[in-house]
Design a binder for this molecule. Structure first.
Ligand SMILES: C[S@@+](CC[C@H](N)C(=O)[O-])C[C@H]1O[C@@H](n2cnc3c(N)ncnc32)[C@H](O)[C@@H]1O
Length: 301
C-alpha cells in the first residue's frame, strides 16, 4: 500500500498522509432537518455539555469538539434528530443535491448514512429508491430510515448491477461504491492490513459494472455521483476512465466548490481522460478528513 502511495502521491505527501492517518478524527453529526431544526438541536446538545462547531459548507453539519458522553446514546440520537457521520461522507449528497421532483436512486444504500441524507435534501418527498445487495445489512438500513423518519423511500434487495434492467430511469443516482476502505484508516486502523492488491483488483471489477449500470439508467441531463472512501486510483479515476472511455454521452463535470484537490489524470504511466480532473480527492493530511473521492458525471441532454 505504501509503495503505491509513493507512486501516486510522491514521497513527501505519502509520508504526511501516513502521519495524519495516526491522528484521531473529530466526531461530527448531520442534523436531521426532517425531524428538528438546527437551532433547537444545537441548544439541546449544548445544554448537555456537547460543544458544536459549524461546518463551513453544510449548514446542518457540526464537528463535536467536546462530548461528555457517547453521541450514540443521547435521547436526541435515539429520536433520529441527527446522524453520526464524518465530514467527507456528507459531501456526495450535498453535491448531488436532489430535489423532491427528481427520481433518485441510491445503488448501494446500507446502512443508510447517505440514503437518509438524500431523503432530507428531498424534504422527505418524491421518489427515493434504495438498493442493497447484502441481506444482512438491510435491517440496519431499515432501522436508520425509521429512526430518521424517512417516508419517501422504498428498499430493493438486489444487485444494483441489475438497475439498468429494472425499466427505471433516474434523474439523480448515487453510487457510493463498495471499496477497500483504504481511506478509513484514521477511523479503523485494522484497514492498514485487511485488504491487499488482489482485493483492489476484484473490487474495481465490481465498481466498473455498477458504474456502467448506473450510467445506463440515467435520464438525459441526469447526474450520477460516484464516491468511495478509498484513495486508490484503481478504485476511482481508473474506474471512471475505463467505463467512460470513448463515450461522449457522459462528462465528468466541475463541482461548484473546491472541497478537496483535483482528481488524478496521470498515474502508473497511464494517461486518463482529461475531465477526470474535475473529480475531487480528500486527504487526512490536507483536509483533516478521512480519505475520500467524489466525482459528478452528467449525461448529455
Ligand atoms: C460503501 S457501503 C455504502 C454505504 C452507504 N452508502 C452509507 O452511506 O451508509 C457499500 C454498500 O454496497 C453494498 N453492495 C456491494 N455490492 C453491491 C451491489 N452489487 N449491489 C448493491 N449493493 C451492493 C454493500 O453491501 C454495502 O452495504
Amino acid at each position: 500500500m505504501i509503495e503505491r502511495y509513493f507512486q501516486f502521491l510522491g514521497e513527501d505527501q505519502a509520508k504526511q498522509l501516513l502521519i495524519a492517518n495516526e491522528k484521531p478524527l473529530t466526531p461530527s453529526i448531520r442534523v436531521n432537518t426532517i425531524k428538528i431544526d438546527v437551532e433547537t438541536l444545537k441548544y439541546r446538545l449544548e445544554s448537555k455539555g456537547f460543544m458544536l462547531e459549524p461546518l463551513d459548507w453544510i449548514p446542518y453539519g457540526f464537528k463535536i469538539n467536546n462530548a461528555p458522553f457517547n453521541l450514540g446514546s443521547t435521547h436526541e440520537y435515539l429520536q433520529g434528530f441527527y446522524y453520526l457521520q464524518s465530514i467527507a461522507p456528507m459531501l456526495p449528497v450535498h453535491i448531488l443535491d436532489p430535489s423532491p421532483s427528481d427520481i433518485v436512486v441510491d445503488m448501494c444504500a446500507a446502512p443508510g448514512g447517505k440514503a437518509t441524507h438524500l431523503a432530507q435534501k428531498m424534504n422527505n418527498e418524491g421518489n427515493l429508491i434504495l438498493i442493497e445487495r447484502n441481506k444482512n445489512r438491510i435491517p440496519a438500513l431499515e432501522l436508520n430510515l425509521r429512526r430518521m423518519g424517512v417516508s419517501n423511500s422504498i428498499v430493493i434487495y438486489d444487485d444494483a448491477v441489475n438497475l439498468s434492467k429494472m425499466n427505471l430511469k433516474a434523474d439523480k443516482i448515487l453510487l457510493d461504491a463498495p471499496c477497500t476502505g483504504e481511506g478509513l484508516i484514521r477511523q479503523d486502523p485494522s484497514r492498514k492490513k485487511s485488504k491487499n492488491k488482489n482485493d483492489i483488483d476484484k473490487l474495481s471489477v465490481i465498481q466498473k459494472k455498477l458504474l456502467e449500470s448506473g450510467l445506463n439508467s440515467l435520464n438525459p441531463g441526469g447526474h450520477l455521483l460516484y464516491s468511495t472512501c478509498s484513495i486508490a486510483p484503481e478504485e476511482n479515476e481508473i474506474v471512471l476512465d475505463d467505463v467512460l472511455k470513448n463515450n461522449s454521452d457522459f462528462s465528468v463535470i466541475k463541482i461548484s466548490s473546491n472541497y478537496g484537490v483535483d482528481g488524478i489524470t496521470e498515474v502508473y504511466n497511464k494517461k486518463l481522460r482529461e475531465d477526470i480532473k474535475h473529480s475531487q480527492r480528500l486527504y487526512p493530511h490536507l483536509h483533516d478528513t478521512i480519505g475520500f473521492f467524489v466525482s459528478l458525471i452528467e449525461k448529455s441532454k
